[in-house]
Write a protein that binds this ligand. Structure first.
Ligand code: SF4
Ligand code: SF4
Length: 92
C-alpha cells in the first residue's frame, strides 16, 4: 500500500497486495467504516484489484499513509504479509 507521499507507492510495495489494508486494525474513521476496522477485516475502500479507492484523496485516513513498505512486515508476498502483519498486530 502506501506511504507518505500523496500519489506514489512506496518503493518495494507490491501493487495489488493490499495486505496492510486487511491484516491490521485501524482505529480512525474510514469512509464507510466510521469506527475503523478490526484486524483481519478487509477495508471497505480496498477495491477488487486490492488498490485503495481513496489513494491520494483527503478522505483517506492519515494512518494509511504511515504504513510504508517494510520487508520485515511485507515479506516476499501477499500471504506472507498477511501472516506477518497479523502477528505484529497481535504483539502491539
Ligand atoms: S503489505 Fe506491504 S507490499 Fe503489501 S500493500 Fe502493504 S505496504 Fe505494500
Ligand atoms: S483507506 Fe485505503 S489505504 Fe487505508 S486501509 Fe482502506 S484501502 Fe487501505
Amino acid at each position: 500500500m502506501n506511504h507518505n507521499t500523496a500519489t506514489d507507492p512506496a518503493p518495494g510495495c507490491r501493487a495489488g497486495c493490499g495486505a496492510c489494508c486487511i491484516a491490521p486494525s485501524i482505529s480512525s474513521a474510514i469512509p464507510g467504516m466510521p469506527d475503523g476496522k478490526p484486524a483481519g477485516v478487509r477495508c471497505i475502500q480496498l477495491d477488487t484489484d486490492n488498490l485503495c479507492k481513496l489513494f491520494g484523496q483527503p478522505e483517506r485516513p492519515a494512518v494509511c499513509g504511515n504504513f510504508g513498505f517494510d520487508r520485515e512486515l511485507c515479506g516476499d508476498g501477499r500471504d506472507e504479509a498477511l501472516r506477518l502483519i497479523g502477528e505484529w498486530e497481535r504483539l502491539t
